[in-house]
Design a protein around this ligand. Sequence first.
Ligand code: SF4
Length: 250
Amino acid sequence: MKVRPRSERAGRWSAREVGTLFRRLARENPAPTTELHYASPFELLVAVLLSAQTTDQAVNRATATLFPVAQDPEALLALGPEALAGHLRGLGLFRTKTRHLMATSRLLLERFGGAVPQSRAALMQLPGIGRKSANVILNTLTAAGTIAVDTHVFRVANRTGLAPGTTPRAVETRLDECVPDRYRSRAHHWLVLHGRYVCQARKPRCPECRIRDLCRFQDKTPPDPREASRRGSGATGRQPARAWSRHRPR
Ligand code: SF4
């Protein structure tokens, strides 16, 4: 039987390859979680709502001053829109996010007794919470094993060929089909972190990537020639990328 060289893997991933992928990610980071800072379901909801088109670091800076004075929907509403906007001013779309947070807090009190609902349909009734945000919240708060497809997950799923799709919903469906149950609750975080720190948008770090032998991406970043010559001369080369494992949340 002709054995396909690892660098030429193509087509749909086999169940065995998917298992290998997640085993490697699990070995690297057994308990991945969100990099957003929060101490309650309400704070997670707020942080996720604020994270649209903004980095987690920027959200964490904003919530560091917001959460001490708005730890529940009543306190947030009591702040009022101007004071709330003052905390969010460093974030993109802060005016829209201010409106959404005020309306969401009001709805939480009116319909859910001030608690964060734990179903996708209920979460999606809240202003500023779409399917992706609802999936992130459910994944983090419950054992539902939802896989939220953000920009990082979308890129990694398509580049690697693991779950190709032209829309986030199509990618989510493919991931739902192929991710083994035992990895489902952690898959979203692993793929986000892999996209954020290794399979980066502009220049993926393919030479250091732990799953490059499985990845179907045709235009992998070639090794740096200076790095290759250092390795050839016996110097210690760079270690495989594991930057994301150092970026654990507090
Ligand atoms: S080999 Fe490159 S393109 Fe493929 S997952 Fe790794 S970093 Fe991304």
